[in-house]
Design a protein around this ligand. Structure first.
Ligand code: NI
Length: 191
């Protein structure tokens, strides 16, 4: 073989090895690491962890009660999706609203807030650190936006639904542009 042919072959071998290594990373990365252990406080003031939600599939949404439009629309969508599976379905699913605004979203405030969407929805809050850890586990972004002219501050946040199975393992996510039917369809086999 000429030197140039050897070089070309060598380059191919390197490219193939790199390709195999990449595929290996993709496979070992397999299930995306979304979700993880968290400790928060529910809307009755009780300390809860992710372990408390095992046994039923779970739909999670992160937001804040003062949110003017996206959060209310999203929580309504989450509740509607579950209700499409029948009148008893809500009792068989954990519907969690995790606050990214623990400063204002006290357990009492959340209790009143989530009750507007459905009787089984659970509001979760905690210390700043607890909320930050839960958000990190779900790769949720949030950032307080300073208020102008004395208006209440807002919290910029990602708007994603997370569907977890009965073992609290991540199944899939939806954006708030999903339809209630999409959520119902994904939830049905997990019931
Ligand atoms: Ni919001």
């Amino acid at each position: 073989m000429t030197r140039s042919v050897k070089l070309i072959l060598g380059a191919w071998v390197l490219a193939i090895i790199a390709g195999i290594a990449w595929v290996g990373i993709e496979i070992s990365g397999g299930a995306p690491s979304i979700g993880g252990p968290f400790t928060l406080v529910d809307h009755n003031g009780k300390r809860v962890t992710d372990q408390d939600f095992r046994g039923k599939p779970t739909v999670i949404y992160f937001g804040f009660a003062y949110c003017p439009d996206v959060c209310p629309t999203s929580l309504l969508l989450m509740q509607t999706g579950v209700d499409q599976l029948g009148p008893q379905a809500a009792a068989k699913v954990n519907l969690l609203f995790i606050s990214v605004d623990p400063e204002r979203d006290t357990p009492a405030a959340l209790k009143e807030y989530v009750a507007q969407f459905g009787p089984t929805m659970v509001g979760l809050t905690g210390t700043q650190d607890q909320v930050a850890a839960a958000a990190k586990a779900f790769r949720v972004y949030y950032q307080k936006v300073p208020s102008k002219g004395g208006a209440p501050y807002l919290v910029d946040h990602s708007s994603i639904f997370y569907l977890m199975d009965r073992d609290f393992r991540f199944v899939k996510h939806f954006t708030h542009q999903a339809k209630a039917e999409d959520i119902a369809r994904a939830l049905k086999p997990l019931l």
